[in-house]
Design a protein around this ligand. Structure first.
Ligand SMILES: *Cc1c(COP(=O)(O)O)cnc(C)c1O
Length: 425
């Protein structure tokens, strides 16, 4: 490797912190110099095929001409202006596009900085909704075990207390109520017993519960499990029955990943509040949004109080412009055909992994493929086995999973699946 690269990696090792990584002796990292389509180019000239879409975000691949253009065009008029007392066309255009494609009933859009922040905003909306009606005791949330909703304190309080990576902060977090994780798989025969404990919990606690928060259909970071749409439908009914709001965290699932534009569509339901993020800007900029119904907005407004949130970089025009372009690219492509093509190929090529002794199960939904191992592997060793085969796949605990850009070619996808097979042997 070149001297310059070694020096960069040296500074990185000694001073830069990475996600969920030891502060003094971090695991090795790869030095990326550019990315294009589904390929990452490393400083030493190697090329890796990307299986991660940079954590669900880069759905159109990297260095996309239309997204690049939108971003550079926007820099020529303005990179940013405050959103208090000012507005701009990029935000308004994006808002219109979102309203056209989100589940029915969602009418108000709060544009914020990141997924975790959008979850914080959803918590405030739900609490303020009940507060406005004098129901000040309705301020607790029911979340699901194995759920993941982000890394800020409000969002952390909703993550699974054990698998949520945050048990260390348990004493500091607002205590919430946790219902068992869904167990009936996406394609399996529905069993109403799967929702019984949640139903019981609502009977007992509805006076103090503001909302149920869940990741629709796909529990992501908490285990990559795909659950029955009937579960989600039943939760919607329970929320109506018990006067509790439903918050759908579509941050990972939004924008087509599960085969539907939003995972809620699998159950034909609309949430009262929805969080989106990750793929919103096609992986270009950090931006997320919290959407809610007209009824929630009216009710909060009737209290005379504003919604109590307003980040410095709210509705950043660069992010809005690139998000707009990303939605245009999505809707002008046959994304559904792409996602189902990927789903078909993942099923075909990952199924043989079931035969491997180290593998516990294989699951595929939309453009997501998951191989769950029997036991937790040596992370660094598994990581290097994958990288050596020219692919970028980042295993998490017992899970080796991919969610590639929708534009991935069949040949590139085969490289990812065969690398997984070889690495799990
Ligand atoms: C990634 C994620 C978040 C957090 O989003 P950040 O942008 O990382 O803050 C929240 N909920 C779900 C379901 C996610 O996948």
């Amino acid at each position: 490797m070149q001297q310059a690269s070694l020096s960069l990696l040296d500074t990185d090792y000694h001073h830069l912190l990475h996600p969920y990584t030891d502060m003094m002796s971090p695991q090795p990292v790869e030095l990326v110099t550019s990315a294009s389509g589904c390929r990452l180019t490393l400083a030493d000239g190697r090329e890796l095929i990307d299986g991660m879409s940079s954590w669900w975000a880069a759905i159109h691949g990297y260095n996309h001409p239309r997204l690049n253009q939108a971003l550079t065009d926007q820099t020529k008029s303005m990179a940013h202006v405050m959103f208090g007392g000012l507005t701009h066309e990029p935000a308004i255009r994006l808002c219109r596009q979102l309203l056209e494609c989100v589940p029915e009933g969602l009418e108000k859009v709060f544009l914020c900085d990141s997924g975790s922040v959008s979850v914080e905003v959803s918590i405030k909306m739900a609490i303020q909704y009940w507060y406005s009606q004098g129901l000040t005791e309705k301020k607790k949330f029911i979340a699901l075990r194995r759920g993941y909703h982000g890394d800020t304190f409000g969002a952390m309080s909703l993550c699974d207390p054990v698998t949520g990576m945050h048990h260390l902060f348990a004493e500091t977090l607002t205590p919430q109520l946790f219902a068992p994780a869904p167990t009936v798989a996406f394609d399996a025969q529905w069993d109403p017993g799967d929702i019984a404990e949640l139903a019981q919990m609502l009977e007992t606690h509805q006076q103090e519960v503001a909302a149920i928060v869940l990741e629709p259909i796909i529990q992501g970071a908490g285990g990559m499990f795909f659950y029955s749409p009937q579960y989600l439908g039943a939760v919607r009914e329970l929320c109506n029955k018990h006067n509790v709001l439903l918050i759908a965290d579509e941050i990972a699932t939004g924008f087509g990943r599960s085969g539907k534009l939003f995972a809620c569509e699998h159950a034909h339901i609309s949430p009262d509040i929805m969080c989106i993020g990750k793929a919103l800007t096609g992986g270009y900029m950090t931006m997320a949004a919290t959407l809610c119904t007209e009824k929630i907005a009216q009710t909060i407004s009737a209290s005379g109080l504003p919604l109590m949130h307003g980040p410095t970089f709210m509705a950043n025009p660069l992010a809005c412009a690139v998000a707009s372009a990303s939605l245009e690219v999505l809707f002008s492509s046959d994304w559904q055909a792409n996602v189902s093509r990927i789903e078909h190929q993942l099923n075909l090529e990952l199924t043989p992994c079931r035969q491997l002794p180290a593998v516990k199960s294989v699951r595929v939904l939309g453009a997501i493929g998951v191989v769950e191992l029997e036991s937790e592997p040596d992370a660094a060793c598994l990581q290097s086995k994958l990288t050596e085969q020219g692919v970028w796949i980042r295993p998490f605990g017992k899970l080796v999973y991919i969610m590639p850009p929708y534009i991935i070619s069949p040949q590139e996808l085969s490289k990812l699946t065969s690398a997984i097979y070889n690495a799990c042997q």
